[in-house]
Design a protein around this ligand. Sequence first.
Ligand code: HEC
Ligand code: HEC
Ligand code: HEC
Length: 98
Amino acid sequence: MRKNVCLMVALTVFLVAASINSDAQDPGPDSILLKNGSTPLPFTHRKHQNLQSSECFHCHAANKWKIDDWGKEVAHAMCISCHDLNEKGPITCKDCHK
Ligand code: HEC
Ligand code: HEC
Ligand code: HEC
């Protein structure tokens, strides 16, 4: 009997842990190959997630992982403004569009 209780507790802990895990947000790809026309523009997604002050919300609306109207205007506003503000990361055309 006592053994069964232990087993139940262990199983419950396991199930709770598993459900917490499955609720965790998928962090998306490590790296994303953005396109500038035909020129590939590799974007270090994971590295950006791990930068200080680079939380998801800087680039994504809450719980939305596809960015609305993604393209030149949205990208430039998002990417360049933060690099400018932090004085880190590329801000000139040729540093992003090689
Ligand atoms: C911080 C990096 C960055 C800098 C700096 C930057 N761009 Fe971009 N640019 C992007 C990204 C990201 C996209 C969108 C790519 C996509 O659609 O996935 C883009 C898209 C574009 C597009 C549209 C390409 C297409 O075919 O859809 C043009 C044109 C462009 N940029 C020109 C420029 C020019 C000119 C400058 C300098 C004044 C510049 N960019 C600076 C990152 C940058
Ligand atoms: C510096 C900007 C930036 C940050 C910070 C960032 N992301 Fe992203 N993420 C992007 C871009 C750009 C894309 C590709 C946009 C697109 O295709 O709509 C993307 C794509 C994704 C995708 C794939 C979407 C799809 O359906 O293809 C997921 C999932 C995702 N991000 C999750 C996250 C999570 C979770 C965080 C925070 C831990 C985060 N991102 C932080 C810029 C960022
Ligand atoms: C919230 C702030 C923030 C946003 C938004 C952001 N960046 Fe950055 N990015 C940085 C910082 C800070 C660095 C410098 C990292 C370092 O030097 O360690 C950087 C560095 C880079 C670099 C240099 C190489 C590398 O990967 O480290 C590239 C390329 C780059 N960013 C592209 C982009 C593009 C493209 C976007 C838009 C999709 C973007 N960044 C959006 C903060 C940001």
